[in-house]
Write a protein that binds this ligand. Structure first.
Ligand SMILES: NC(=O)c1ccc[n+]([C@@H]2O[C@H](COP(=O)([O-])OP(=O)(O)OC[C@H]3O[C@@H](n4cnc5c(N)ncnc54)[C@H](OP(=O)(O)O)[C@@H]3O)[C@@H](O)[C@H]2O)c1
Length: 287
């Protein structure tokens, strides 16, 4: 039995879909009763568990031999994942498949990159089986800017820096594969898309697919940060995103394509053009 956390999120939701399609037994972990009811209504076994309430985790992990572990980027991420790892160990889970980040580094100025590095170290040392997936930046991050993109602008602070963008559907495909196969214990996989694109090229692909001109606006950091704050991001998140794009991306510290997705699943990852084509409507309609 596999326990899938983050079942209501992008990667976790896609894993549930893939496991369901393959007829693999799994339980979807959610933190709200209405989410559990929604899954049950779809014929999916679902359980209530909250990483902020470790007392809820022992019961949900009982009888599970694999755990898909994902948490959103927040200041509580390290504590949440440590609590999950401890509970999994108590429940006798054999292996955890964890979503980490390709730029994980305990000296990073990016808060979630530092958190993932700390959690990766904790997990490797926990005396439980593990597989660590380290994706680069998600193509789905472009949804953050769908309204300005629909108006013809891609606001960023990445200079000429580039990213080997990966589609979360491909990350989920790898996760579903390594959750259901042996031979991945104590393995760390760096997951990327098939090519490395800077923001100018990303804007050009958006223009081609949507058939309206999208210009990359390379903004000063304070203006980008103000936009993030005005669109509802916390100060912590806004500072982190500024560090992510101006230190890591503009500083040319993203990784090259690794081709691991094709090697692990037999199917090549989606290109950025594929991603935009699949979500064309989101980038042409402004709210
Ligand atoms: N964005 C990127 O480019 C990128 C790149 C590499 C790695 N990553 C990593 O990928 C991970 C996923 O990020 P995301 O923002 O894309 O996730 P997401 O799809 O929004 O999923 C987060 C999931 O966690 C659940 N959750 C939140 N708080 C919880 C709690 N206290 N207990 C149990 N479940 C909880 C959410 O449930 P609700 O529906 O109830 O909120 C949701 O299902 C992060 O660790 C991030 O650092 C991101």
């Amino acid at each position: 039995m596999i326990l899938v956390s983050g079942a209501t999120g992008g990667i976790g939701g896609e894993i549930c879909r893939l496991l369901g399609q393959a007829g693999v037994p799994f339980k979807a972990m959610c933190r709200k009763p209405e989410q559990v009811e929604h899954f049950k209504g779809e014929g999916v076994e679902a359980v209530l568990g909250d990483f902020d309430r470790p007392e809820t985790l022992d019961g949900v992990m009982e009888g599970c031999d694999r755990l898909f572990l994902i948490t959103p980027p927040t200041p509580d991420q390290v504590e949440q994942e440590k609590a999950a790892i401890d509970a999994a160990k108590r429940a006798g889970v054999a292996r955890i498949v964890k979503i980490s980040a390709s730029d994980g580094n305990i000296r990073s100025t990016v808060p979630w990159a530092k958190s993932h590095a700390l959690i990766d170290h904790y997990l490797r040392d926990a005396g439980i089986g593990w597989t660590i997936l380290k994706p680069t930046a998600f193509m789905q991050n472009f949804f953050w800017f769908k309204d300005p993109i629909a108006k013809g602008f891609l606001p960023q602070i990445a200079g000429k820096g580039s990213v080997s963008w990966v589609d979360t559907r491909d990350v989920a495909r790898v996760a579903a594969k390594v959750l259901t196969e042996d031979g991945h214990n104590h393995a760390t996989y760096f997951l990327t898309g098939p090519e490395t694109l800077d923001m100018k090229e990303a804007a050009s692909r958006l223009s081609k697919v949507t058939k309206h001109k999208v210009r990359y606006l390379d903004l000063p950091n304070p203006i980008f940060k103000a936009i993030l704050r005005l669109t509802g991001n916390s100060r912590w998140m806004a500072n982190g995103l500024v560090a992510q794009f101006s230190d890591v991306v503009a500083g040319h510290h993203d990784i090259d394509p690794t081709f691991e997705i094709k090697r692990l699943t037999g199917v090549a990852p989606r290109s950025f053009t594929d991603f935009v084509r699949d979500h064309r409507d989101a980038f042409v309609r402004s709210n």
